[in-house]
Design a protein around this ligand. Structure first.
Ligand SMILES: *Cc1c(COP(=O)(O)O)cnc(C)c1O
Length: 364
């Protein structure tokens, strides 16, 4: 049997007629960028997250970059961020000339809240939180620290659409919740898309202005903006998918539950669930000290897996100039050597998962 780590057309097929109708409506409308569909999606997504404002953008990376920029964070400033994240999180900081200050993760793959205070300096302006793999970070402790030191919280929710901490949705703890709707995400578009959610009207206004060349009124440019407009096609398709997001997340949770209950292999460490956190399993990430052997073994059985992520940002070639070295963040580097993401996607059949579980349990 051949198992891919992701099969994106299955979720399209589940509601094919609705997607096709939405796309056709946009094609026939004669209006293709920042129109009524975008406006409707922004309202619906704001309501879904429980925030007042949503601004649709071109990507999750833009949501991060523009959030940092709108807060006036730039050269000479520091932003605290977990060391084991996707490169985009860190680019959101460095694209503004600010310096990322890395902090080791906890056993749930999120920032270790107990190590944040020691990373704060008089240049620290914000804490960038990543709810990695779909599990919420320890937001109780993090919010306390942010209040104590008067730091902004920016949340990278690219992997946590609908994930909660203590019943509250990720993306609602700080000034800015940054979302990506890249096709593989839990709420994935059919192309690139992203958004910022916030309760702060002035902040929302600023992002709204920056996404369209810095203008509120056309051809009158108040700030140096960018082009990060969301198009009508993606917005219309996202509106369809958003209706099913609770179901899509429930399906991933059920798949994760089966992995949890049925993988019995002492070589493989299963992911742990943080108390009070509702994990939406963007990825199901196991650890194995013989990770590369496990990955090759599974590949031989026709099972594709992924590594999120093989090189932590502090060791990435592009960040050599930050001057970090190997050994500086041992927990992060250990994760990079040991993590493996198992196939988990909408429409994964019981037979497909049976096969993955069976082969993993036979690994020795
Ligand atoms: C996908 C992702 C991003 C970037 O989103 P894009 O839409 O690809 O720009 C940022 N952070 C994390 C954690 C991600 O997984």
């Amino acid at each position: 049997m051949q198992i891919k780590c992701n099969v994106l057309d299955r979720q399209f097929q589940m509601h094919q007629e609705e997607y096709e109708a939405a796309a056709l409506k946009v094609l026939r409308s004669g209006w293709y960028v920042l129109g009524n569909e975008v406006k409707q999606f922004e309202e619906e997504f704001a309501r879904y997250t429980g925030r007042t404002y949503c601004v649709g953008l071109n990507s999750g990376l833009d949501a991060l970059i523009l959030s940092v920029r709108a807060l006036g964070i730039g050269r000479g400033d520091e932003v605290i961020v977990q060391a084991n994240t996707y490169i985009a999180t860190v680019l959101g900081i460095t694209e503004n000339g600010a310096v990322p200050v890395f902090v080791e993760p906890d056993k749930y793959f999120n920032i270790d809240a107990d190590k944040i205070e020691q990373a704060i300096t008089d240049r620290t302006k914000a804490i960038m939180i990543v709810h990695l793999y779909g599990q919420a970070s320890n937001m109780r402790k993090i919010t306390e620290i942010a209040q104590k030191y008067k730091l902004h919280i920016i949340e990278d929710c690219a992997q946590s659409h609908g994930a909660c901490f203590a019943g509250r949705m990720t993306g609602t703890f700080g000034i800015s919740g940054c979302f990506s709707f890249y096709p593989t995400k839990n709420l994935g578009a059919f192309g690139d898309a992203g958004a910022v959610v916030t309760d702060d009207e002035a902040f929302a206004q600023q992002i709204r202005m920056m996404r369209n060349y810095g203008s509120k009124v056309r051809y009158y440019n108040d700030v140096e903006g960018v082009n990060s407009r969301l198009d009508e096609m993606q917005a219309a398709l996202l509106r369809v998918k958003l209706k099913y997001l609770p179901e899509l997340n429930a399906e991933r949770k059920a798949l994760a539950k089966r992995y949890h209950e049925e993988i019995w292999n002492s070589q493989i460490q299963l992911p742990e669930c943080r108390e009070g956190s509702e994990n939406i399993y963007h990825q199901y990430v196991v650890r194995c000290s013989r990770r590369d052997e496990l990955q090759n073994y599974l590949a031989d059985k026709g099972i594709q897996t992924q590594i999120h992520y093989p090189v932590p940002p502090h060791l990435a070639k592009c960040y050599q100039h930050l001057g970090h070295s190997k050994g500086e963040f041992p927990i992060t580097e250990g994760y990079a050597d040991e993590v493996l993401s198992l196939p988990i996607y909408t429409g994964m059949t019981a037979e497909e998962q049976d096969y993955v579980i069976e082969q993993i349990n036979l690994f020795h």
